[in-house]
Design a protein around this ligand. Sequence first.
Ligand code: NA7
Length: 536
Amino acid sequence: MDDTSIEQFDAVIIGAGFSGLYMLHRLRSLGLRVHVLEAAADVGGTWWWNRYPGARCDIESFDYSYSFDPDLEQDWTWTERYATQPEILAYIGHVAERFDLRRDISFGTRMLEARWSDGTAQWSLTTDTGRRLRARYCVMAVGCLSRANRPRFDGMDEFTGRILHTGEWPHEGVDVTGLRVGVIGTGSSGIQSIPLLAQQAEQLTVFQRTPAFTLPAMNAPLDPDTVAAFKARYRAHREATRHSNGGVLTTLAEESVLTVDAEERDRRFEAAWGSGTLFGLLSSFSDLMIDPQANELAAQFVRDRIAEIVTDPVVAERLSPRSFPIGTKRLCLDTGYYATYNRPNVELVDLHAEPIDRFTATGIEVGGREIPLDVIVFATGFDAMTGALLAPDIIGRDGITLREKWSEGPRAYLGIATSGFPNLFTITGPGSPSVLTNMLVSIEQHVEWTAACIDWLEQHGARSIEATAEAENGWADHVTEVAGFTLYPTGNSWYLGANIEGKPRVFMPYIAGVEIFRTVCDDVAANDYRGFAISR
Ligand code: NA7
């Protein structure tokens, strides 16, 4: 292939979800030639792939949307407190139309390799459709939860029914009416889909390894008055969330739960339970995520609710998490999850008591008995935060791949850059607040910082920017140290990589929150990109 077949751009972005689309918009407005590569057939990222029944956001619609354009937020009207996947996808499609984004995106195109050349100070990219692209900047906007985790089980290939993954759900939908369905996994995807699958299926069997803590979403339609009132104060609200800790307006209470009496404790826990928010319960006292004894009080409060809702005490106990502090694995919001286990057509299998022996042609064998199944749903989550970054061959200076560089765990300065990989930006990468916050706020922060950085490089005639090893190591140590002040690292969560066999255990998200992180990032930029080496 000769050089004429190489498509030349200033920047190539990988991924057309919320972060890739906004990155495209920002870089295009700087006058750069930008192109996006997207494996899916349209925009949407995680919301394009995750179409399982009940898929819904657990951040409120008003907050889980772009804030960068005041007219956009006035024109779009959400219909529910927590938007469904189809509504979010429609919103993303609306944004793509409004800003004419699709013309710079190649869909159905997966980046296979990105290789840095010191000689040209450019990235050369190849795709699974045989294309070659070259660009000075490469932005990985691949999402934190986008590479499906598909555990292998003995006999899997013998199963003659259908195997599905919640994160790669068929677009035409799946009708399970009259079928025997098995769900493996009880994280957020399992918890959202199980109540709906149970309503349709003849028999539903849930295979649970670790029970999760989930709180009622209290979802409801949004009435026009609420929407109008919210829109009237939208700008002030956005400003406040941008400078908040979690990217939503929650205030961490000042008192320790250990200093109040049982009545006051229960009053606050009840209020949080009834509020239908992800952050309310854990913010209701100052020390729930710091002190094991304090945390246990909140955990027991939720276990007591489970025991009230689930009529069979054996099943209630099976559903009650006891192996990790509440909140250290991501909390879930649900609609009717625990009550689903009161249905006569639902069985809960505890995989600790009855491990999966094997799949058979007609079902799953656990503890020596076969459960006959027509459909098996893997709700087994993702190779979180690094999976999609390490899937392609990203080859930096001296031929080192990102996979090699991060073989003992990711190290990225401010979560956005890593030494040996100049002009490569990882939006909401490991070491940034990302999944511990409202993703939209964290995405906008990282995208805006990256756009400003690229603009600065262009203005200063710089060839490349690269995190120094010193800055990157200092930051990674800081991320670990801050997490160590909390209970978070004690849960076997995907925050730590614990859900993937052989993955290095590093606490990946930055726990200090969006506002502190924003201040640090802005300060780095204001000091001529302290911690970065810039070549001219
Ligand atoms: P999660 O939260 O990672 O949940 C995956 C579930 O699958 C969890 O219960 C796992 O148990 C279970 N799992 C994973 N592998 C296995 C095997 N091999 N055998 C049995 N069970 C297994 O993913 P989700 O898709 O539900 O949610 C991801 C995020 O998306 C969510 O937090 C929101 O941010 C949106 P484990 O707990 O590892 O024992």
